[in-house]
Ligand binder design. Structure first.
Ligand SMILES: [Zn+2]
Length: 207
């Protein structure tokens, strides 16, 4: 896993092949004692959603104002996003017994209720679903939930793999079953370095 700085905030790089998968990667170290969290504040959530094409850059000023007007509501959106992310991750990689469809559906249904069919000018088909209120504070979460619904109802959902790198667990689309690491440059190389160090240690011990 790796990160970049955008608008002064540390956000994870997108490697997964679908925004809903990259949303799961706003946490690293799934199952590890000390996970790495990237969704600290509402600003992190909204900037991440914009960077991943889930919300229009033009919505950012209104979202910032809405969050400043009601910080408690903004914090609540972040808490809901974190809970939704856990439920989504479990559905994608966990055993079926641990699936919590209620937790997934709560946010997906909220996003569906806030969406309408339409067509951007010039009016032509096919139409697309659009979140109606582009200034409400939970827009980034609704956009993520809508994207997750798209993923979960596509064949890509059956080809999700998790990176085995230490402290990682990032998910990505792996339709050919050939990808092992979230990125060869990070977890792949770290693993190579660790194996090399291990071999050196064993050779030294034998001497
Ligand atoms: Zn990894």
């Amino acid at each position: 896993m790796a990160s970049i700085v955008v608008d002064g905030l540390v956000v994870p790089v997108s490697v997964a092949g679908h925004p809903a998968l990259d949303f799961c990667n706003t946490r690293a170290g799934w199952g590890a004692p000390a996970p790495k969290e990237y969704l600290h504040t509402y600003a992190h959530l909204s900037v991440w959603a914009r960077e991943n094409g889930l919300i229009e850059p033009s919505t950012m000023p209104a979202l910032r104002r809405a969050a400043a007007r009601d910080p408690d509501a903004a914090a609540q959106v972040v808490a809901r996003a974190v809970a939704f992310r856990s439920a989504l991750y479990a559905v994608l990689v966990g055993p079926g017994a641990g699936w919590d469809w209620d937790a997934v559906n709560r946010e997906v249904q909220a996003a569906a209720a806030g969406s309408a069919l339409g067509s951007a000018p010039p009016v032509r088909l096919p139409a697309s679903w659009r979140l109606v209120d582009q200034s409400q504070v939970d827009l980034p979460l609704m956009a993520v939930a809508w994207s997750a619904a798209d993923l979960l109802t596509s064949t890509a959902a059956a080809y999700v793999a998790a990176c085995p790198g230490a402290g990682c667990g990032w998910v990505f689309a792996d339709p050919k079953g050939r990808r092992r690491w979230c990125s060869m440059a990070w977890c792949g190389n770290r693993n190579k370095a660790r194996r090399h160090a291990e071999r050196l240690r064993q050779a030294t011990a034998r001497r």
